[in-house]
Design a protein. Structure first.
Length: 470
C-alpha cells in the first residue's frame, strides 16, 4: 500500500491511497464467504458455492463492492498511522480507481487536530473578588436558618404579607372552567411569588371564608400563556412565628451551645464557600486570558457537529426535563433564534479551543491521571447527573466513555499548571494564594468541554435509561 498526505488547510488533509490488488485477498475471501451464507444456488449446499458460480450468478461487481467496503477502513487506518495524523471525526471517502486484479485507489478527506504552539503564559495576571464576609452576610445566613425553623399557628384575622393561607382555586378561560384549572387545599405563603401573578393582592386582607377574583396569565397546564379569570377562596389563615435568636435557638438548630458559636460557624462556612468561588473565578479568568494568547484554527466540520450536539442536548435533555421546547425557551430568554445560534457557536468555539490547548499542555507537561483522581472525578460527575456512582460508572464503561473522563481530569490538571504560573490578585490588590487549583480547574474545564466530553453525561444518562426500560 502507498499513501500520500496533502494538507488542504491547517485543520484538514486529503489522503491519497493506492492498494495493490493482492492486498485485497483477505477481503475478497471474506466477501465470497459472506455472500455464500446469504444466497442459495440449486445444486450446491449453502456455504459451498464456488467463487466462479457466484461471479456468474451475482456478478463480480457485487463481490468487489463487498470486498472494498470491508477493506477501506483497514487501509485508511494504516494510512493515518503511517502519516502520523491526529484525525477528528469520520473521513469523506471517494474511490478514484478500481481495476479488477490490478489496483484500488481512493482518497479520504478528514479533519485533523491542528498544530498548536503553547504561548508563554507566565505573564498572565487576573483580578478576582476579594475574600470578604460581612456581618450582614452572616446575619442573612442565620436568618435563613431561622426561617427553616419557623412555626405556623392559625389566626382569626385578615391575611397579611408573610402569612400562610390555605386556598381553593378555580381558573376560567373564555368563561369555561379548565379541566386542570381547579385546585383545593393549596398552601401558599403570601409574598413568596410561587403561584400566579396577582394572587398576593387578591388574598391580602381576606379572612377565612373570603374570596376574590383576579386576572392572571397561566404559567402552565392546558391553557399555558393564556389570560384566565381566577377565583381564589381563603379557607384558613396561619401566621408564621420565628424563633427568638438566642442560645436556645442555636441549640435547637445546630450542634452549638451559643448563638455566637453558631454565627462564628456561619462565617466560617461563608468563607469556605467564597474561597472556592474565588478559586473557580481565578480559573475561569486565567483560561480566558490563555485563550486570547493562543492561535487555534477550528475545524469547520467539528464545529458544526459540536453546535448540533449542544442544540440536541439542550432540546432533548435540559429543556425536555423542564417541559419546554426551544421556541418557549427563547421566548423566556428574550432571544431570537439567530442570537441563540450565534451564542451556541461562540460557546462551541471556546470549548474546542479549550480542549485543543489544554490537551497540548497535557502532552507538553507529560501530565498523567491516576486511579484516585479518576475515581474522585467520576464521583463528582455522577452527583451532577443525579445518578449513583455505580450506575454512572457502569454506564460510562459500557458507553466507552472512560477515555473522555480521563481527558477531563488531565485538562483540569493542565489548567492548574497555568494558574500556578499566573499572578492572581483580588480587588484590594492582595495576592491570592489558591489552595485548590486542580479541583477548581477541573470544575472550570467541565464547563468548556468539546463535543465528545460535552456529551459524556448525556450518553451515560441515556445508557442508564435504556437499562431501566429493559
Amino acid at each position: 500500500m502507498k499513501s500520500a498526505v496533502e494538507t488542504l488547510n491547517p485543520t484538514r488533509v486529503r489522503l491519497s491511497i493506492e492498494v495493490p490488488f493482492e492486498e485485497l485477498k483477505d477481503s475478497l475471501d471474506a466477501a465470497y464467504k459472506k455472500i455464500n451464507q446469504q444466497v442459495t444456488v440449486k445444486g450446491f449446499r449453502k456455504g459451498k458455492i464456488p467463487a466462479r458460480v457466484i461471479d456468474q450468478r451475482f456478478g463480480r461487481g457485487a463481490v468487489l463492492e463487498e470486498a472494498v467496503n470491508d477493506a477501506l477502513p483497514k487501509f485508511y487506518t494504516e494510512a493515518v498511522s503511517e502519516g502520523e495524523l491526529n484525525v477528528l471525526g469520520q473521513p469523506e471517502v471517494d474511490i478514484t480507481e478500481l481495476k479488477d486484479g490490478e489496483l484500488l485507489a481512493f482518497t479520504a478527506e478528514v479533519d485533523v487536530r491542528p498544530e498548536i504552539e503553547i504561548p508563554d503564559y507566565s505573564g498572565i495576571e487576573v483580578t478576582v473578588d476579594a475574600l470578604e464576609v460581612t456581618d450582614e452576610e452572616v446575619e442573612k445566613a442565620v436568618e435563613q436558618l431561622r426561617e427553616r425553623f419557623a412555626a405556623t399557628n392559625p389566626v382569626e384575622r385578615a391575611a397579611a404579607d408573610g402569612d400562610v393561607v390555605t386556598i381553593d382555586l378555580e381558573a376560567k378561560v373564555d368563561g369555561e372552567i379548565l379541566e386542570d384549572g381547579v385546585a383545593d387545599g393549596v398552601s401558599y405563603t403570601i409574598g413568596s411569588g410561587e403561584l400566579l401573578d396577582g394572587i398576593d393582592e387578591a388574598v391580602t386582607g381576606l379572612e377565612a371564608g373570603g374570596e376574590a377574583t383576579f386576572t392572571s396569565e397561566l404559567k402552565g397546564g392546558s391553557a399555558e400563556g393564556k389570560a384566565a379569570e381566577v377565583t381564589v377562596k381563603v379557607t384558613a389563615v396561619a401566621a408564621r412565628e420565628l424563633p427568638e435568636l438566642d442560645d436556645d435557638f442555636a441549640q435547637m438548630a445546630s450542634e452549638f451551645d451559643t448563638l455566637e458559636e453558631l454565627k462564628a460557624d456561619s462565617r466560617k462556612r461563608l468563607e469556605t464557600t467564597k474561597q472556592y468561588d474565588q478559586a473557580t473565578q481565578a480559573q475561569e479568568r486565567v483560561l480566558e486570558e490563555l485563550l486570547k494568547l493562543a492561535e487555534v484554527p477550528i475545524p469547520e466540520k467539528l464545529l458544526a457537529d459540536e453546535v448540533q450536539t449542544r442544540k440536541h442536548n439542550l432540546e432533548h435533555h435540559q429543556l425536555g426535563q423542564m417541559g419546554l421546547d426551544l421556541e418557549k425557551y427563547l421566548e423566556i430568554q428574550g432571544k431570537t433564534l439567530e442570537e441563540f445560534e450565534n451564542e451556541t457557536s461562540e460557546q462551541a468555539i471556546k470549548g474546542i479551543k479549550t480542549q485543543f490547548i489544554l490537551d497540548e499542555l497535557v502532552n507538553k507537561e507529560k501530565l498523567n491521571v491516576n486511579q484516585e483522581e479518576l475515581t474522585e472525578h467520576l464521583m463528582r460527575r455522577a452527583a451532577s447527573s443525579g445518578m449513583s456512582p455505580d450506575q454512572f460508572a457502569q454506564a460510562v464503561v459500557e458507553g466507552g466513555q472512560v477515555p473522555m473522563l480521563v481527558g477531563e481530569v488531565a485538562r483540569g490538571k493542565a489548567l492548574a499548571v497555568v494558574v500556578e504560573a499566573a499572578k492572581v490578585v483580588d480587588t484590594n490588590g492582595e495576592v491570592v494564594d489558591l489552595e485548590d487549583e486542580e479541583e477548581a480547574a477541573e470544575a472550570t474545564a467541565e464547563t468548556t468541554e468539546a463535543p465528545a466530553e460535552a456529551a459524556t453525561e448525556d450518553k451515560a444518562e441515556d445508557k442508564a435509561e435504556e437499562k431501566n426500560e429493559a
